[in-house]
Design a protein around this ligand. Structure first.
Ligand code: A2P
Length: 270
């Protein structure tokens, strides 16, 4: 894999466009292996969360990889059923074995979009998180944080793919200088078999996963595909040596099933 392209955030930090997501990967060898392989293969961005329960394994893999801490971008997320973002981050740092995370996100707007934000701002002020942001926030929820917070969220991480092309939410984020980050770019695997995606893959000589990940990259968005298989982690990382044509991008844009929504989820689990 070649050098990792990055995108600058509003607070001046930079986030690598490609990351490995470890949602639903159990703590232990599966997470350790996935993260170690990703780092071996050149990934420099790992996305975990307190709710995933696998931060210890992420930390172990980071140490075992031999890659310097300051070369890897680490995101974790505040589990919003808990009370105190700062206290929870201190625990995360212990589990990860690092002194600071690069990005700390409110995992979902439980109790309203503002409930956790003061604690998130403190986490940044104290230097425990280089950047702070949110996840699963709609445009209206972003507005509330922007109206009353003193720190602007750097990122809003949401379910986003060609099939969930939340154009309204993307435009709202861009207008406010918030970088939208895409999770579930493969639709947790569901989108890989769609014949309109496989047709683009055949035309470009790439795999469906590479096409869907490249679509995010070409929109300038950080993206965190998840896999526990080494070959797939490698495949998903090889998206910087080809370009989708304008026609193929337009064909993929047209797959949206959300009506260009400015909401973050159709199904809220909170
Ligand atoms: P696995 O972890 O067994 O490799 P998303 O990133 O949208 O959440 O999608 C993740 C799902 O897609 C996982 O079930 C993962 O399975 C599967 N997956 C990830 N990369 C690939 C790939 N390159 N080819 C096929 N399936 C993939």
């Amino acid at each position: 894999m070649t050098a990792q392209p990055t995108r600058q955030l509003s607070d001046g930090s930079s986030i690598p466009l490609l990351g490995l997501g470890v949602w639903q990967v159990p703590d232990g060898p599966q997470t350790v292996n996935a993260v170690r392989w990703a780092l071996e293969l050149g990934y420099r961005h790992i996305d975990t969360a307190q709710a995933y329960g696998n931060e210890e394994s992420v930390g172990q893999a980071l140490r075992e990889s031999g890659v310097a801490r300051d070369e890897v971008y680490i995101t974790t997320k505040f589990f919003p059923n808990a009370r105190d973002p700062l206290a929870e981050l201190e625990q995360s740092l212990k589990r990860l074995g690092v002194e600071q995370v690069d990005l700390y996100l409110v995992h979902w707007p439980k109790g309203g979009p503002l409930r956790a934000w003061a604690g998130m701002e403190q986490a940044k002020e104290r230097g425990l998180a280089r950047s702070v942001g949110v996840s699963n926030f709609s445009a209206a929820e972003l507005d509330q944080v922007l109206a009353s917070g003193s720190v602007r969220p750097a990122v809003n991480q949401v379910q986003f793919s060609a099939f969930e092309y939340r154009r309204g939410l993307l435009e709202a984020a861009e207008r406010h200088g918030i970088v939208l980050e895409a999770y579930s770019p493969l639709g947790t695997g569901r989108h890989l078999k769609d014949r309109r995606v496989t047709a683009v893959a055949e035309r470009t000589g790439r795999t469906p996963a590479q096409v869907l990940i490249r679509w995010c990259v070409q929109h300038g968005l950080p993206v965190i595909p998840k896999s526990t298989h080494r070959e797939r982690i490698a495949e998903n990382g090889s998206v910087f040596d080809f370009t989708l044509s304008d026609e193929d991008m337009a064909a993929l844009d047209a797959l949206d099933t959300t009506g260009g929504t400015d909401r973050a989820r159709a199904d809220k689990w909170w």
